[in-house]
Design a protein around this ligand. Structure first.
Ligand code: NAD
Ligand code: LMR
Length: 332
């Protein structure tokens, strides 16, 4: 029997990530090849015509799984009945801008959209915030939608996780699908800590630690980390626009693994509401290694944290606390 369609909201759908993301959702990349979807697309009035153009293209593409499209500038209509909300709408960082510069523009958007989701989304709606500053926008959304369980509100660090897999794969000249269990700790910003201490590569003679194969701790503790931390800025420099296809693809990975589960023995990185695990600050949206099962994420516990890692976990945690403070000052 055919499955009931899942309603997926994409805010900022007329923007460049939106344009890459909605066809992926309509093709089943996010929720699977047998899951029908109804797309809800929200943008602001100046983008209404472009949004309608995206809707026209979705119709023209005749996606078999796509059972309906709502394209609107009305936040209530956009949020009504949605099961998954991918929050991409906001003000993007431009060349030379730090995330903090865009904070005040985005916190007020996330405050008002939190209320709309709380009142009109389907019960148990899962929320992924992509728009920067992603962790802090997600925190604002959580704070202003108190009836949505904190575990349902997450931020995208899967792009950073995938970037780390990509760098290791290039360095070792191995397939990216054979590399696993990197970790992005903390903020989706240049203080994030891409950690390979528990990462492995599948080889013909079994799984081997990344450190053992790379044999270059100086690179792993230096250039590798900065490359992943700075990758968003490098894409902006090269394209004069922030990453879009990789962000859209990683958003699909995030939701797919959350809803359908992570493979046995594999974890992924998600920005989730911190309970203080690994002695990082509680009460911020912090990226942890997580496994997912039955639609729920669980932080992987018990991983050894060495001295260098400890410092980096604390540094990015401190930045998230600062961002939280700054966000609240923008609201008052
Ligand atoms: P974009 O400017 O192309 O698109 C943003 C869209 O949001 C625009 O169409 C704009 O009209 C719309 N918008 C603005 N305010 C809105 C509101 N209140 N409600 C609904 N829509 C609204 O930007 P983009 O390149 O698609 O990037 C979107 C966001 O994602 C940016 O904040 C960017 O920095 C962020 N980003 C995050 C990651 C990540 O890994 N977390 C990666 C890449 C980009
Ligand atoms: C990215 O990581 O590509 C985006 O978050 C762009 C940015 O603002 O750095």
């Amino acid at each position: 029997m055919a499955k009931e369609p899942v309603r997926v909201l994409v805010t900022g759908a007329a923007g460049q990530i939106g344009y890459a993301l909605v066809p992926m959702i309509a093709r089943g990349v996010m929720l699977g090849p047998d899951q029908p979807v109804i797309l809800h697309m929200l943008d602001i009035p100046p983008a209404a015509e472009a949004l309608n153009g995206v809707k026209m293209e979705l119709v023209d593409a005749a996606f078999p799984l796509l059972k309906g499209v709502v394209a609107t500038t009305d936040v209530v209509e956009a949020c009504t009945g949605v099961n998954i909300a991918v929050m991409v709408g906001g003000f993007p960082r431009k060349e030379g801008m730090e995330r903090k510069d865009v904070m005040s523009k985005n916190v007020s958007i996330y405050k008002s959209q939190a209320s709309a989701l709380e009142q009109h989304a389907a019960p148990n709606c899962k929320v992924l915030v992509v728009a920067n500053p992603a962790n802090t926008n997600a925190l604002i959304l959580k704070e202003f939608a108190p009836s949505i369980p904190a575990k349902n509100i997450t931020a995208l660090t899967r792009l950073d996780h995938n970037r780390a897999l990509g760098q290791i794969s290039e360095r070792l000249n191995v397939q990216v699908c054979d590399v696993k269990n990197v970790i992005i700790w903390g903020n989706h910003s240049s203080t994030q800590y891409p950690d390979v201490n528990h990462a492995t590569v599948k080889t013909p003679s079994g799984e081997k630690p990344v450190r053992e194969l790379v044999k270059d701790d100086a690179w792993l503790n230096g250039e590798f980390i900065t490359t992943v931390q700075q990758r968003g800025a490098a894409i902006i420099k090269a394209r004069k626009l922030s990453s879009a296809l990789s962000a859209a693809s990683s958003a699909c990975d995030h939701i797919r693994d959350w809803v359908l589960g992570t493979p046995e023995g594999t974890w992924v990185s998600m920005g989730v509401y911190s309970d203080g695990s690994y002695n990082v600050p509680a009460g911020v949206i912090y990226s942890f290694p997580v496994t997912c099962k039955n639609g729920e994420w669980t932080i992987v516990q018990g991983l050894a944290i060495d001295e260098l890692s400890r410092k980096k976990l604390d540094l990015t945690g401190a930045e998230l606390c600062e961002e939280k403070e700054l966000a609240y000052s923008c609201l008052s």
